[in-house]
Design a protein around this ligand. Structure first.
Ligand code: CP
Length: 306
Protein backbone atom coordinates (compact mmCIF):
# COMPACT_ATOMS: atom_id res chain seq x y z
CA UNK A 1 0.00 0.00 0.00
CA UNK A 2 1.14 3.54 -0.74
CA UNK A 3 0.84 6.21 1.93
CA UNK A 4 -0.94 9.47 1.14
CA UNK A 5 2.08 11.32 2.60
CA UNK A 6 5.45 11.63 0.84
CA UNK A 7 7.43 12.73 3.92
CA UNK A 8 6.86 12.27 7.65
CA UNK A 9 7.00 15.75 9.19
CA UNK A 10 4.55 14.97 11.99
CA UNK A 11 1.24 13.24 12.71
CA UNK A 12 -0.89 16.37 12.33
CA UNK A 13 -3.28 15.62 9.48
CA UNK A 14 -1.95 12.12 8.80
CA UNK A 15 -5.03 9.97 8.05
CA UNK A 16 -6.00 6.85 9.99
CA UNK A 17 -5.44 4.69 6.87
CA UNK A 18 -1.78 5.78 6.74
CA UNK A 19 -1.28 5.12 10.46
CA UNK A 20 -2.90 1.68 10.12
CA UNK A 21 -0.68 0.86 7.13
CA UNK A 22 2.42 1.84 9.13
CA UNK A 23 1.25 -0.30 12.08
CA UNK A 24 0.44 -3.31 9.87
CA UNK A 25 3.84 -3.25 8.20
CA UNK A 26 5.55 -2.70 11.56
CA UNK A 27 3.91 -5.90 12.82
CA UNK A 28 5.42 -7.81 9.87
CA UNK A 29 8.83 -6.28 10.58
CA UNK A 30 8.51 -7.28 14.25
CA UNK A 31 8.55 -10.90 13.00
CA UNK A 32 11.76 -10.18 11.08
CA UNK A 33 13.30 -8.89 14.32
CA UNK A 34 12.53 -12.22 16.03
CA UNK A 35 14.39 -14.26 13.35
CA UNK A 36 17.96 -15.56 13.82
CA UNK A 37 19.01 -13.45 10.79
CA UNK A 38 17.27 -10.13 11.33
CA UNK A 39 17.78 -8.68 7.86
CA UNK A 40 15.76 -8.27 4.65
CA UNK A 41 16.93 -6.81 1.31
CA UNK A 42 14.00 -4.34 1.07
CA UNK A 43 16.05 -1.10 0.87
CA UNK A 44 19.14 -2.44 -0.91
CA UNK A 45 20.63 0.39 -2.97
CA UNK A 46 18.88 3.14 -0.94
CA UNK A 47 21.13 5.58 0.93
CA UNK A 48 19.91 7.13 4.19
CA UNK A 49 21.59 9.93 6.11
CA UNK A 50 20.85 10.38 9.81
CA UNK A 51 21.29 14.06 10.64
CA UNK A 52 21.32 14.60 14.38
CA UNK A 53 21.75 18.19 15.57
CA UNK A 54 20.62 17.22 19.08
CA UNK A 55 21.50 14.40 21.46
CA UNK A 56 19.67 11.09 21.15
CA UNK A 57 20.10 7.50 22.32
CA UNK A 58 16.93 5.62 21.40
CA UNK A 59 15.82 7.38 18.21
CA UNK A 60 19.24 7.52 16.63
CA UNK A 61 20.18 3.90 17.32
CA UNK A 62 16.69 2.72 16.45
CA UNK A 63 16.72 4.44 13.03
CA UNK A 64 20.22 3.20 12.31
CA UNK A 65 19.28 -0.34 13.24
CA UNK A 66 16.07 -0.15 11.18
CA UNK A 67 18.06 1.01 8.14
CA UNK A 68 20.62 -1.78 8.55
CA UNK A 69 17.87 -4.41 9.02
CA UNK A 70 16.41 -3.23 5.68
CA UNK A 71 19.87 -3.41 3.99
CA UNK A 72 20.04 0.35 3.26
CA UNK A 73 23.40 2.15 3.13
CA UNK A 74 23.59 4.56 6.06
CA UNK A 75 25.62 7.65 6.83
CA UNK A 76 25.61 9.33 10.23
CA UNK A 77 26.08 13.02 10.81
CA UNK A 78 26.55 14.79 14.15
CA UNK A 79 26.55 18.55 14.49
CA UNK A 80 29.61 18.37 16.76
CA UNK A 81 32.67 17.70 14.62
CA UNK A 82 30.99 19.02 11.44
CA UNK A 83 31.66 22.19 9.45
CA UNK A 84 28.68 23.84 11.16
CA UNK A 85 31.21 24.95 13.79
CA UNK A 86 33.01 26.87 10.99
CA UNK A 87 29.87 28.90 10.26
CA UNK A 88 28.26 26.76 7.53
CA UNK A 89 24.44 27.05 7.40
CA UNK A 90 22.02 24.12 7.72
CA UNK A 91 21.01 24.68 4.09
CA UNK A 92 24.61 24.47 2.82
CA UNK A 93 25.40 21.47 5.02
CA UNK A 94 22.40 19.57 3.76
CA UNK A 95 22.81 20.55 0.10
CA UNK A 96 26.44 19.39 0.18
CA UNK A 97 25.39 16.06 1.68
CA UNK A 98 22.77 15.62 -1.02
CA UNK A 99 25.23 16.42 -3.78
CA UNK A 100 26.60 13.01 -2.71
CA UNK A 101 23.26 11.41 -3.75
CA UNK A 102 21.30 10.58 -0.61
CA UNK A 103 17.76 9.20 -0.97
CA UNK A 104 16.37 9.66 2.53
CA UNK A 105 17.14 12.04 5.37
CA UNK A 106 16.21 11.40 8.98
CA UNK A 107 16.66 14.60 10.97
CA UNK A 108 16.56 15.67 14.60
CA UNK A 109 16.95 19.41 15.16
CA UNK A 110 16.21 21.79 18.05
CA UNK A 111 14.19 24.19 15.87
CA UNK A 112 10.45 23.51 15.38
CA UNK A 113 9.62 23.35 11.67
CA UNK A 114 13.22 22.77 10.56
CA UNK A 115 12.47 19.30 9.17
CA UNK A 116 9.72 20.59 6.89
CA UNK A 117 11.95 23.48 5.81
CA UNK A 118 14.61 20.96 4.80
CA UNK A 119 12.45 19.43 2.08
CA UNK A 120 12.50 22.81 0.26
CA UNK A 121 16.26 22.42 -0.27
CA UNK A 122 16.57 18.79 -1.29
CA UNK A 123 14.88 16.13 -3.43
CA UNK A 124 14.75 13.28 -0.90
CA UNK A 125 12.31 11.63 1.48
CA UNK A 126 12.39 13.55 4.77
CA UNK A 127 11.57 11.96 8.14
CA UNK A 128 11.26 13.93 11.38
CA UNK A 129 13.19 12.38 14.27
CA UNK A 130 12.13 15.23 16.59
CA UNK A 131 12.09 18.97 15.83
CA UNK A 132 12.38 21.01 19.01
CA UNK A 133 9.11 21.29 20.91
CA UNK A 134 7.07 20.52 17.79
CA UNK A 135 6.65 16.83 16.82
CA UNK A 136 8.29 13.41 17.17
CA UNK A 137 6.04 11.29 14.93
CA UNK A 138 7.89 7.94 15.02
CA UNK A 139 7.85 8.05 18.84
CA UNK A 140 4.06 8.51 18.83
CA UNK A 141 3.66 5.72 16.26
CA UNK A 142 5.65 3.30 18.40
CA UNK A 143 3.62 4.38 21.45
CA UNK A 144 0.41 3.70 19.51
CA UNK A 145 1.72 0.32 18.30
CA UNK A 146 2.65 -0.69 21.86
CA UNK A 147 -0.73 0.39 23.24
CA UNK A 148 -2.61 -1.41 20.47
CA UNK A 149 -0.64 -4.58 21.11
CA UNK A 150 -1.62 -4.44 24.77
CA UNK A 151 -5.28 -3.44 24.40
CA UNK A 152 -6.32 -4.64 20.92
CA UNK A 153 -7.81 -1.28 19.90
CA UNK A 154 -7.40 2.40 20.63
CA UNK A 155 -11.04 3.24 19.98
CA UNK A 156 -12.40 4.72 23.22
CA UNK A 157 -9.18 4.04 25.16
CA UNK A 158 -8.42 6.64 27.86
CA UNK A 159 -4.82 7.82 27.66
CA UNK A 160 -3.38 10.40 30.07
CA UNK A 161 -0.19 12.23 29.13
CA UNK A 162 1.43 13.46 32.32
CA UNK A 163 4.26 15.94 32.85
CA UNK A 164 5.96 18.66 30.86
CA UNK A 165 3.52 18.85 27.96
CA UNK A 166 4.51 22.39 26.98
CA UNK A 167 8.07 21.48 25.96
CA UNK A 168 7.31 17.98 24.65
CA UNK A 169 7.28 17.00 20.98
CA UNK A 170 6.26 13.50 22.10
CA UNK A 171 3.06 14.92 23.63
CA UNK A 172 1.97 16.80 20.50
CA UNK A 173 2.55 13.84 18.16
CA UNK A 174 0.78 11.53 20.61
CA UNK A 175 -2.21 13.88 20.81
CA UNK A 176 -2.58 13.98 17.01
CA UNK A 177 -2.01 10.24 16.56
CA UNK A 178 -4.15 9.04 19.47
CA UNK A 179 -7.06 11.30 18.52
CA UNK A 180 -6.94 10.06 14.91
CA UNK A 181 -7.05 6.47 16.20
CA UNK A 182 -10.13 7.18 18.34
CA UNK A 183 -8.58 7.41 21.83
CA UNK A 184 -9.64 9.92 24.50
CA UNK A 185 -6.67 12.03 25.59
CA UNK A 186 -6.21 13.88 28.87
CA UNK A 187 -3.24 16.12 29.69
CA UNK A 188 -2.03 16.53 33.27
CA UNK A 189 0.73 18.64 34.78
CA UNK A 190 1.31 21.90 36.61
CA UNK A 191 -0.33 24.90 34.84
CA UNK A 192 3.10 26.16 33.71
CA UNK A 193 3.59 22.88 31.79
CA UNK A 194 0.23 22.91 29.97
CA UNK A 195 0.15 25.05 26.79
CA UNK A 196 -2.47 27.80 26.70
CA UNK A 197 -5.50 26.69 24.66
CA UNK A 198 -4.54 22.98 24.71
CA UNK A 199 -8.26 22.04 24.81
CA UNK A 200 -8.58 23.25 21.21
CA UNK A 201 -6.72 20.03 20.23
CA UNK A 202 -9.73 18.02 21.45
CA UNK A 203 -8.16 16.93 24.74
CA UNK A 204 -9.19 17.32 28.39
CA UNK A 205 -6.88 19.11 30.82
CA UNK A 206 -6.47 18.62 34.56
CA UNK A 207 -3.87 19.84 37.01
CA UNK A 208 -4.82 17.09 39.47
CA UNK A 209 -2.83 13.86 39.13
CA UNK A 210 -5.31 11.68 41.04
CA UNK A 211 -8.04 12.82 38.62
CA UNK A 212 -5.80 11.88 35.67
CA UNK A 213 -5.05 8.44 37.12
CA UNK A 214 -8.75 7.79 37.80
CA UNK A 215 -9.47 8.54 34.11
CA UNK A 216 -6.65 6.51 32.59
CA UNK A 217 -6.39 3.05 31.05
CA UNK A 218 -2.81 4.01 30.19
CA UNK A 219 -0.45 6.81 31.21
CA UNK A 220 2.42 8.21 29.15
CA UNK A 221 4.80 9.90 31.60
CA UNK A 222 7.07 12.68 30.35
CA UNK A 223 10.28 14.03 31.83
CA UNK A 224 10.84 17.70 32.57
CA UNK A 225 12.69 19.10 29.56
CA UNK A 226 15.22 21.20 31.46
CA UNK A 227 17.12 21.96 28.23
CA UNK A 228 14.10 23.78 26.71
CA UNK A 229 12.83 25.98 29.53
CA UNK A 230 13.74 28.99 31.62
CA UNK A 231 13.92 28.98 35.39
CA UNK A 232 10.89 29.18 37.67
CA UNK A 233 8.40 26.94 35.89
CA UNK A 234 8.21 24.67 38.96
CA UNK A 235 9.34 25.46 42.53
CA UNK A 236 11.74 22.46 42.71
CA UNK A 237 12.18 18.89 41.47
CA UNK A 238 11.27 17.62 44.95
CA UNK A 239 8.04 19.58 44.93
CA UNK A 240 7.27 18.29 41.41
CA UNK A 241 7.80 14.69 42.49
CA UNK A 242 5.58 15.17 45.54
CA UNK A 243 2.68 16.48 43.45
CA UNK A 244 3.10 14.84 40.01
CA UNK A 245 5.52 11.92 40.50
CA UNK A 246 4.13 8.49 39.56
CA UNK A 247 4.68 6.38 42.67
CA UNK A 248 3.50 2.88 43.59
CA UNK A 249 1.75 4.34 46.62
CA UNK A 250 -0.33 6.59 44.39
CA UNK A 251 -1.15 3.84 41.88
CA UNK A 252 -2.14 1.34 44.59
CA UNK A 253 -5.04 3.63 45.57
CA UNK A 254 -6.64 2.86 42.17
CA UNK A 255 -7.15 -0.87 42.87
CA UNK A 256 -6.85 -1.66 39.12
CA UNK A 257 -3.79 -1.85 36.89
CA UNK A 258 -3.00 0.83 34.32
CA UNK A 259 -0.49 0.61 31.49
CA UNK A 260 2.70 2.56 32.21
CA UNK A 261 4.57 4.20 29.32
CA UNK A 262 7.52 6.56 29.08
CA UNK A 263 9.32 7.67 25.88
CA UNK A 264 12.66 7.98 27.70
CA UNK A 265 15.08 9.22 28.80
CA UNK A 266 13.70 8.58 32.31
CA UNK A 267 14.59 10.69 35.33
CA UNK A 268 13.94 8.01 37.96
CA UNK A 269 12.71 9.38 41.26
CA UNK A 270 11.43 12.59 39.61
CA UNK A 271 8.52 11.99 37.18
CA UNK A 272 8.37 8.23 37.87
CA UNK A 273 9.72 5.89 40.55
CA UNK A 274 11.91 2.92 39.71
CA UNK A 275 9.44 0.32 41.02
CA UNK A 276 6.73 1.73 38.73
CA UNK A 277 8.99 2.05 35.66
CA UNK A 278 10.14 -1.55 36.09
CA UNK A 279 6.78 -3.01 37.17
CA UNK A 280 4.82 -5.73 35.36
CA UNK A 281 2.43 -3.08 34.01
CA UNK A 282 5.21 -1.06 32.42
CA UNK A 283 5.69 -1.44 28.64
CA UNK A 284 8.61 0.97 28.43
CA UNK A 285 11.18 -1.47 27.00
CA UNK A 286 8.53 -2.89 24.69
CA UNK A 287 8.11 0.63 23.28
CA UNK A 288 11.84 0.64 22.47
CA UNK A 289 11.60 -2.73 20.65
CA UNK A 290 8.59 -1.56 18.66
CA UNK A 291 10.55 1.58 17.76
CA UNK A 292 12.80 -0.40 15.43
CA UNK A 293 9.81 -2.07 13.71
CA UNK A 294 7.97 1.27 13.31
CA UNK A 295 11.03 2.94 11.80
CA UNK A 296 11.53 0.00 9.41
CA UNK A 297 7.91 0.38 8.37
CA UNK A 298 8.10 4.15 7.84
CA UNK A 299 11.35 3.82 5.84
CA UNK A 300 9.91 1.01 3.74
CA UNK A 301 6.61 2.76 2.99
CA UNK A 302 8.19 6.14 2.19
CA UNK A 303 11.41 5.05 0.47
CA UNK A 304 10.75 1.51 -0.76
CA UNK A 305 9.39 2.66 -4.10
CA UNK A 306 12.21 5.08 -4.91
N1 CP B 1 12.42 9.02 23.08
C1 CP B 1 13.47 9.64 22.53
O1 CP B 1 13.34 10.42 21.59
O2 CP B 1 14.68 9.33 23.09
P1 CP B 1 16.08 9.87 22.57
O3 CP B 1 16.13 11.36 22.87
O4 CP B 1 17.12 9.10 23.35
O5 CP B 1 16.17 9.62 21.10
Amino acid sequence: MNLSIKHLYGLEGVPKEDINAILDNANSFREVLERPIKKVPTLKGVTVVNLFFENSTRTRISFELAEKRLSADTVNFSASGSSLSKGESLRDTVQNLFAMKMDVVVMRHPTPGSVKLLSRFIDAVVINAGDGTHEHPTQALLDIMSLKEKTGSLEGLNVAIIGDIRHSRVALSNIYGLKTMGANVLLCGPPTFIPYGAESLGVTVTYNLDEALAFADAINVLRIQKERQGKGMIPSMREYRNVYGITQQRLSKLKRPIIIMHPGPINRGVEIDTDVADSEHSIILHQVLNGVAIRMSVLYLLAGGR
